[in-house]
Design a binder for this molecule. Structure first.
Ligand code: ADP
Ligand code: MG
Length: 253
């Protein structure tokens, strides 16, 4: 992506579940090389917004554009292939496989061949290229020294980094992170913040759902605050911290 390019544009996206309006006509954008925070109390509609962007759910109305192309309603696999990648709130990995194997497997699944073919024998060259890609992405998040450790032995911080490395395979332009700091200790959070800043410096765009306000205030360029499915306010971290609206609605002060 070119610097300043609008990577993601959500326009009046709406999601109704029966009578409940989970996401109520919200609009926001993410530019190339920006980290945008998406915050708000539980039930505000953050996860639903992620699902609308990644094609897990189709919006009731509204549009999602990625790098200028309308991706509204496309299948999640197609959206992933175009360059939007995500992590989940709960880490999913295979405990008795190594870190490298876990990421290589993720890269294989992301390549669009499905879970079944992963259990079949891969072409030697194909296998090598998956492992090479996995290693590159693990080094990118600072996990180069842990390639051959068992994933099940990792502390929470490295587990989150493994997830991010997996999401980086196939070179997405936009990364959606769902609470990457949940359960991390202070030092691990600082490590995560460094990785996110590094990825941004490389030109990646990130949409960050996170409850840890320290991390959000440290790394984001802009913040969208949601409440009851609507966009309460949007601004820089300084704007958000100073907003009486946000204090009342979200920070509870
Ligand atoms: P957040 O991630 O901000 O905590 P969610 O997007 O998960 O909020 O939820 C927003 C609202 O939509 C909540 O009231 C939630 O109960 C409701 N909701 C989310 N997913 C579904 C679903 N699949 N079916 C019905 N209601 C849902
Ligand atoms: Mg959620």
């Amino acid at each position: 992506p070119v610097k300043g390019e609008v990577v993601l544009q959500a326009s009046n996206i709406r999601k109704e579940f029966g009578g409940l309006i989970a996401v109520n006509d919200i609009s926001f954008s993410v530019h190339a090389g920006q980290i945008v925070g998406l915050i708000g109390p539980n039930g505000a509609g953050k996860s639903t917004t992620f699902n609308l962007i990644t094609g897990v759910l189709a919006p009731t109305s509204g549009r999602v554009a990625f790098r200028g192309d309308d991706i509204t309603g496309l299948a999640s696999r197609e959206i992933a292939k175009r360059g939007i990648s995500r992590t989940f709130q709960h880490v999913k990995m295979i405990a008795d496989m190594t870190v490298l194997e876990n990421v290589a497997l993720g890269a294989h699944l992301r390549g669009g061949r499905g879970a079944l073919s992963a259990t079949l024998r891969l072409d030697r060259r194909e296998e090598q290229s998956l492992f090479r890609e996995a290693e590159i992405q693990l080094r990118r998040v600072g996990m180069g020294d842990s390639l051959h450790e068992l994933a099940g032995n990792l502390a929470m911080g490295p587990q989150r980094l493994l997830e991010i490395a997996r999401a980086l395979c196939n070179d997405p332009a936009l990364l959606l992170l769902d609470e990457p700091a949940a359960g991390l200790r202070h030092k691990e959070k600082q490590g995560l913040a460094d990785v996110l800043r590094q990825l941004r410096a490389e030109g990646l765009s990130i949409l960050l759902v996170e409850h840890d306000m320290d991390l959000v205030m440290q790394v984001t360029d802009r913040i969208v605050v949601m409440e009851f499915g609507t966009r309460l306010i949007e601004g820089t971290p300084a704007d958000i911290q100073a907003s009486p609206l946000v204090r009342a609605a979200y920070l509870g002060t």
